[in-house]
Design a protein around this ligand. Structure first.
Ligand code: NCD
Ligand code: ZN
Length: 353
């Protein structure tokens, strides 16, 4: 007799270790979607201008907290954006005072709002030394910015040219390889974790678990599936699924939810970013269900992240149940900007209770 299929799953309240909230009216429109399901979120600092000081982080945090619906507990974890002139003292003070949870390195021009990023990693070696000493995690957008490198190869090339040297030069630096999209990245994290557990981790988005590069062109061009790093071949998606369901270890949840108003996506030169917050836990749960791995959802969504960041697992729980599929409505800010969520047409077969 086949065991009955699960129709409900309860896990410790999850956290989202990679979100973009933007600012102003957009922030107010999107924060509730993350706060309703996640206890904490790592908030990316790529505003224009970026968050580089303790003061800016505190004021940004207050704007986020003001957008959390009444009665909802949610803790935004702030990050500092690294530039060529990043100030090690400011970053270290911010970390020790509990304002910055981590620092984010965007190679200059790798992605949305990364123009002020790091042009040469040598420029931030002093900052990395201090972060290593303080135990402050470094979050990395891992893509080569060499325009001659094929866009589908940029993550693998970054590993060979930058990341493999970085972990040798800074063996005690805690690194999160953000939104990994390739077999090579999964293997790199596994290998490094075997040598230096607790010093390397990776986030995996739900869209990279669900789509491959062919989906970007299914029946026509799909701008709402365009993000960076770009989705890769099916074999890479399969490697990501295997990593996500692998249980306790270095892989954890980070949606990279990144809202852009519809005209910026549906454009002759569309922006990179998938807005997944409205369906995040529903979609991850659907993936784990389809993989027959609902028993590993808690490790990926609720436990591995806090273990890496030296935090407690959230005390509350979240229950999801299987349901009829329904479509996902778009979100409109008070200024009239409309954002199309991930899976808007497809919907998901799970919902938060
Ligand atoms: C992100 C954004 O829009 O801020 N876009 C994306 O495609 N993921 C930036 C990023 O994380 O690369
Ligand atoms: Zn991101």
């Amino acid at each position: 007799m086949t065991p009955p299929a699960f129709t409900q799953v309860t896990i410790p309240r999850p956290d989202d270790w990679h979100v973009h909230f933007r600012d102003g009216a957009m922030l107010e429109a999107v924060v509730p979607f993350t706060a309703r399901q996640f206890g904490r979120a790592i908030v990316m600092p790529n505003l224009t201008p970026p968050i580089t000081t303790v003061e800016e982080a505190l004021s940004y945090k207050a704007r986020i907290q003001a957008a959390v619906p009444d009665g909802v507990s949610f803790d935004p974890l702030m990050t500092c954006y690294l530039t060529d002139t990043a100030n090690a003292d400011e970053i270290s003070t911010g970390f020790k005072d509990g304002v910055f949870t981590a620092a984010k390195m965007y190679p200059a021009n790798a992605t949305t709002n990364s123009a002020a990023g790091v042009t040469d990693i040598a420029n931030v070696h002093g900052v990395f030394e201090r972060m290593q000493r303080d135990g402050m995690p470094l979050l990395i957008h891992g893509e080569s910015t060499d325009q001659a490198v094929d866009v589908f190869d940029r993550e693998a090339v970054f590993i060979d040219q930058v990341l493999s040297n970085l972990v040798q030069d800074f063996p005690d630096l805690k690194i999160v390889f953000e939104h990994v999209t390739t077999q090579e990245a999964v293997q790199f994290v596994r290998d490094r974790h075997a040598v230096r557990p607790g010093f390397i981790a990776a986030t995996i988005t739900v869209h990279h678990l669900m789509i491959n590069r062919s989906d970007l062109f299914r029946g026509g061009m799909r701008p709402h599936l365009y993000c960076l790093p770009i989705a890769k071949r099916e074999k890479h998606r399969l490697a990501l699924c295997e990593a996500a369901i692998s249980g306790p270890g270095p892989f954890f949840l980070g949606t990279d939810t990144a809202p852009h108003a519809r005209p910026a996506k549906e454009s002759a030169c569309g922006c990179a970013g998938v807005f997944s917050a409205p369906v995040a836990m529903e979609a991850y749960t659907q993936v784990f269900d389809e993989e027959g791995a609902l028993d590993q959802l808690a490790a990926f969504a609720s436990e591995n992240g806090p273990a890496f960041y030296d935090m407690d697992v959230n005390a509350e729980t979240l229950t999801l149940e299987k349901t009829a599929v329904s479509t996902v409505p778009s979100v409109t800010s008070s200024e009239g900007d409309e954002v199309q969520p991930f899976l808007a047409d497809e919907g998901t077969s799970w919902r938060c209770v």
